[in-house]
Design a protein around this ligand. Structure first.
Ligand code: ZN
Length: 261
């Protein structure tokens, strides 16, 4: 009887060991990454860059991917070569440089030249936010000139080692907040204010015609001159009135591309 018991135990033990050994591959992994709202979505066709996001994960960790800049397209867009040899277009998150390609806006050439002087041929580290790519298929990233220490880097580290903030601080770009990629959005607005107060870069350009007030759209985070049709079309629930353009900018609103307030 006693022998029988220990034999049963031994069989159980072996069974457990087999189960444990087999289970390392048991985690459900269908190669899909969860969407921001919890639904599962297919990974992008080119997912070499992607790292899986844990379901229910709150903070998006600093997923740094090393890359080398092979070409600068304009102030806020570069082409990089990843470690796997693949070439990718990277759009910097949260900032918008004046146009210098299809259309040339004031300070566009300067912004483009600045980014070229700082990034061309340089090794950088890409940090993603919630969305990996925009609808043009470009990688959306915070560009680090030196990798930050942790997932939530200190402000001085962000100021001194992230290129997105460098563009804002030197006035080569304005804030452009596109949810859900808003990890550093509040700081970006603050840095833009600093650059504006010191009239750096594009903020030193002559002041445009002032309006008695401006219309903001709380949903698109854009602001307009009062007579802009896009401003007038803003749904009443989303309408925000700003006395000055500075107030709109400090609230994180971006000037409309059409009426250019
Ligand atoms: Zn407008």
């Amino acid at each position: 009887m006693k022998w029988h018991k220990s034999r049963i135990l031994a069989v159980l033990l072996v069974t457990l060991m087999l189960l444990a050994a087999g289970c390392s591959g048991c985690t459900p992994d269908n190669g899909q990454i969860p969407d921001t709202d919890g639904k599962r979505q297919k990974p992008p066709a080119q997912s070499q860059y992607a790292l899986p996001v844990e379901p229910g994960e709150k903070k998006v960790p600093a997923r740094l991917v090393a890359a080398t800049v092979t070409r600068v397209v304009d102030g806020d867009t570069v082409i990089v070569r990843l470690q796997n040899g693949k070439s990718e277009t990277v759009r910097l998150i949260g900032v918008n440089s004046p146009e210098s390609t299809r259309e040339v806006e004031p300070y566009g050439k300067e912004a483009s030249a600045y980014t070229r002087s700082r990034l061309d041929g340089r090794r950088i580290w890409l940090e993603r936010d919630v969305q990996e790519r925009d609808h043009y298929g470009r990688i959306l990233a915070y560009v680090w000139l030196e990798p930050p220490g942790g997932v939530d880097p200190a402000e001085d580290e962000i100021r001194s080692h992230m290129f997105n903030t460098e563009l804002l601080l030197k006035g080569y770009a304005q804030v452009m907040t596109v949810p859900p990629n808003v990890k550093y959005a509040d700081l970006f607005v603050q840095l833009q204010r600093e650059a504006r107060e010191k009239k750096r870069g594009l903020w030193g350009l002559e002041v445009k015609d002032k309006e008695p007030y401006y219309i903001g759209n709380a949903r698109s985070k854009k602001f307009h001159r009062p007579d802009c049709e896009y401003g007038r079309q803003t749904a009443p629930d989303n309408r925000v009135r700003f006395a000055t353009r500075e107030k709109a900018l400090d609230a994180g609103y971006e000037p409309c591309n059409v009426c250019k307030p």
